[in-house]
Design a protein around this ligand. Structure first.
Ligand code: ADP
Length: 225
């Protein structure tokens, strides 16, 4: 598995001229790599993450995930590719309140044509045990703490064994202790699954858990020593 982006640019046309948000970002991440992307607000971190997640198209440059350029796919192919290859964790957990913890983790599998239901459910139970919620499978999100909800969101992101796991401020809504726990959990699961993990964060505490840190500034991405 590898993620290779080369000279990615993103411009937004506005009434007062073109805003160049990404000005040529290149990055190669091999299987098992993890990086925390930091940088000031408005520097383009989320824009970059959305492009890596194929949710947004770059203006220029190339993106290859496992050698596939996702932006050359048709919309239905791209949706299937994203579902199968990329897991997302957002700042807000986005759990469905009417569904149980186990059902929430299984949501991505509902639109996946290739999965075997019994195996997938066993894997979802396994993931929930690994995030420490093996005894909360039938609970509703409202019965969980903020940290527990985010742990469910992490299990949901991993249920289809994505090659690429992306997280945008995954600890942004949590207190310090829960933030630390969710950060450590993300990295532990990343190491077990050997996916590529890219996290965008303002949190120095979260970033310092990562083997590599990078900073977005003035449209460029720099690795920090
Ligand atoms: P960060 O995640 O680093 O805070 P973002 O990637 O969210 O930054 O945003 C980078 C910049 O791009 C911001 O100045 C934002 O206003 C601008 N931007 C984002 N989306 C659009 C859009 N659709 N049109 C114009 N500007 C946008």
């Amino acid at each position: 598995m590898s993620l290779v982006i080369e000279n990615v640019t993103k411009d937004y046309p506005t009434r007062t001229g073109t805003l160049s948000i990404l000005r040529g970002v290149s990055l190669t991440l091999e299987r098992g790599a993890a990086v925390a992307v930091m940088g000031p607000s408005g520097s383009g971190k989320s824009t970059l993450l959305h492009i890596l997640g194929t949710l947004d198209r770059p203006t220029g440059g190339t993106v290859a995930l496992d050698g596939t350029n996702p932006f050359a796919l048709s919309e239905p192919e791209l949706a299937a590719f994203r579902n199968a290859r990329i897991g997302f964790v957002f700042q807000d957990h986005h759990l469905l309140p009417q569904c149980s913890v186990l059902e929430n983790v299984l949501i991505p599998t509902l639109v996946s044509a290739t999965t075997k239901p019994a195996e997938t459910e066993a894997y979802a139970r396994d993931l929930l045990a690994r995030v420490g919620l093996g005894d909360r499978l039938d609970h509703r999100p409202a019965e969980l703490s903020g940290g527990e909800r985010q742990r469910v969101a992490v299990a949901r992101a991993l249920v289809l064994k994505p090659a690429l796991l992306l997280a945008d401020e995954p600890t942004g809504n949590l207190d310090r202790i829960n933030a630390q726990a969710v950060g450590e959990l993300l990295l532990a699961l990343h190491e077990q699954e050997r996916n590529v993990l890219v996290v965008v964060t303002h949190s120095a505490d979260l970033a310092k858990l990562f083997p590599r840190r990078a900073e977005m500034n003035d449209g460029h991405l720099h690795f920090l020593p």
